[in-house]
Design a protein around this ligand. Sequence first.
Ligand code: VGL
Ligand code: ZN
Length: 204
Amino acid sequence: MDALILVDIQPDFLPGGALAVPDGNAIIPVVNQLVTHFDLVVATQDWHPSGHGSFASAHKGKQPFEAIDLYGLHQVLWPDHCVQGSAGAALSDAINWDKIAAIFRKGMNPGIDSYSGFYDNGYRKRTGLDGYLKALGVQRVFVAGLAADYCVYYTAKDALKEGFDTVLIEDATRPIDASNFKEAKADLKSKGASIMYSSELLGR
Ligand code: VGL
Ligand code: ZN
């Protein structure tokens, strides 16, 4: 059984958002085609309390995109984004969510960031996504969404770690930083992931 995992397709990561991913809008029509192709589609949702430790604004004198040590983990600091209940944190209304079976929220603990849909960045807590997929008999996951070099990359990496056959859909994601994404793709390939275009799946 296959599943499509849609990572963090939220207004704050789309053009005009607080942490907009360049050309993020380009994934919307691709994702809307992909959802029609899968029997199981799940989503992740970045969902931070205000003042989250990953926000530069929570650290005196720090600017977005600087890095710090946050309780023992390397942390890139971000602009405030995906604050629980805010418009920017909603699932984007440009996507057809009718078929989404479950939504896994992440990033609620103010002291630790959570890029992957499976675990926080310190592997301290699971979201339950792995158990959910395994209970439904999923063996292969296709990963898409935003941002390619952060939450999509970490989700794909943890899918491999959890033993899923893992496919990244290259035209259904966009990175914050193109060179980071290049490295991420090489790393995923070396760990056994495949990288495909949606046309190979959809046959058009
Ligand atoms: C993300 C940075 C911070 C992402 C989430 O969805 O890739 N990136 N929070
Ligand atoms: Zn975040």
